[in-house]
Design a protein around this ligand. Structure first.
Ligand code: LLP
Length: 431
């Protein structure tokens, strides 16, 4: 992956395309995704599980640009979706219904109906009321919904508090000790066919230990349910595989696959994986431009044209993203502790404090690495800012896969009610 973004003749490239050239064409901020980076990650996962009966459903919440989804679908990935909107995007990207899995704690009846009509592979159900609603929707359509129940295995995922999902107190899934009862109920409901067990314990998990505990519980449950007479044929192990944001640490995917094999090898189940970040994080960068340099109390501020509305991960999860100057620093350049900030009127609009960077100047371009997952998808137009353009690179070609969306387009649907249509008073008060 390290060679996806690399310097060539003093300029940072994505594959064989200069990021300076992309910035020149589409402006900044802009997200740039390297197709090869994504396909390599998918291939690594496929290779690690070679010979296994399995489906890799890319969690499109990580990056749902339809060009990205299609890049992975063309290489054999299905899609994990959490809303009707994501269902529409997966279908628009050409993912067959039979390779779509629907997760999420609050599916509406309309979303369930849409997904049944699309013939999806599996619904992951997270509560008894949801199971009953799905049963009613499917029965009304005279069909059966293939269901996996999401189990909460009560495992701490050893990751950031805000992206840990498998502990007893988390809102996700059904408590492990209630699973038998809920499956029995599911078997008796019209419109429901319980086919699988699902768990997902969190995101950006860097060690195997939490996976091991959770997967053991999942495998034990498959055995128990089969003993109860419920023919479970699929074990959905969720996503959460950690990637590299700093240093060289990544989850060892071959060791992960070995672990899965050891735990599930004798079960004769089809496996389902739902990686999001693992497939796309390191293949994406966010390009931004230095607008102003300002000397702060202790250190210089590099004030960028990108803000927390474009990339919220540092503000929300204290996330670290490597920042590289697009123009390669001279080998002898002295690094300077710099606060890298955005233009938003919030003190949390800080990408990095005291980051060791070569001296920056206004108009310099910088690239945030690891921005392919949970970047553009979590962007907002806060402060009535445009939404950054998105670009897909493939070898030496690139294409704008979503143009920059200007504020006027974003507020085009806002309306002034007729009672406000009187002209504003120039001074004083009128109401
Ligand atoms: N499956 C389920 C049920 C999930 O909830 C998630 C992510 C995934 C799969 C994919 O997880 P991944 O392989 O990407 O770790 N915005 C946060 C991450 C939120 C993850 C939400 N669920 C971040 O930027 O770190």
């Amino acid at each position: 992956m390290t060679d996806i973004f690399h310097y060539k003749d003093g300029v940072l490239f994505a594959e064989e395309v200069s990021l300076a050239a992309i910035a020149e064409t589409v402006g900044t901020p802009a997200y740039v995704y390297a197709a090869k980076g994504m396909c390599d990650q998918l291939a690594a996962l496929q290779d690690a599980f070679a010979g296994q009966r399995m489906m890799i459903c890319y969690a499109i919440k990580a990056n749902s640009n339809i060009a990205v989804v299609k890049t992975l679908a063309n290489q054999g990935a299905g899609a994990e979706i959490v809303s009707g909107g994501e269902l529409q995007k997966a279908l628009a990207a050409g993912v067959p219904g039979t390779m779509i899995m629907f997760a999420g704690v609050a599916k509406s009846r309309d979303e369930m109906a849409m997904a049944l009509d699309a013939g999806i592979a599996q619904f992951n159900v997270e509560s008894v009321p949801e199971l009953i609603a799905l049963s009613e929707v499917a029965a009304a359509k005279k069909t059966k919904a293939p269901v996996a129940i999401r189990i909460n295995p009560d495992v701490a995922a050893d990751t950031h508090e805000k992206i840990s999902t498998g502990r007893r107190q988390d809102k996700f899934g059904i408590a492990y000790d209630q699973a038998g009862e809920v499956y029995a109920m599911a078997s008796s409901l019209a419109g429901i066919e319980p086919i699988g067990v699902h768990l997902h314990i969190g995101s950006q998990i860097m060690s195997l230990a939490p996976f091991e505990t959770a997967y053991q519980r999942g495998a034990d449950l498959v055995r128990e349910l089969r003993a109860q007479g419920i023919p479970i044929k699929r074990l959905d192990l969720g996503g959460g595989m950690g990637v590299r944001y700093r240093g060289d640490v990544r989850l060892d995917i071959a060791a992960y696959a070995d672990l899965v094999q050891t735990i599930t090898g004798d079960l004769d189940v089809e496996l389902l994986l739902e990686p999001g970040r693992y497939l796309v994080a390191e293949a994406g960068t966010m390009l931004a431009k230095v607008r102003y340099m300002k000397q702060g109390d202790e250190r210089p501020f590099a004030i960028l044209d990108a803000g927390m509305n474009d990339l919220i991960r540092p503000a929300l999860y204290d996330a670290y993203h490597e920042i590289l100057p697009v123009k390669e620093a001279a080998p002898n350049a002295e690094l300077q502790a710099t606060d890298v900030v955005g233009p938003i009127c919030e003190s949390s609009d800080i990408f990095a404090r005291g980051r060791a960077l070569p001296p920056l100047e206004p108009e310099d371009l910088v690239a945030f690495l690891g921005a392919g997952a949970y970047g553009a998808v979590m962007a907002s137009d806060y402060n009535a800012r445009p939404l950054a353009a998105e670009v897909l690179v493939d070898g030496d070609r690139f294409s704008v896969v979503r143009p920059r969306i200007e504020p006027a387009l974003r507020f085009a649907d806002e309306r002034i009610p007729e009672w406000l249509e009187t002209p504003p008073v120039e001074c004083g008060r009128a109401c």
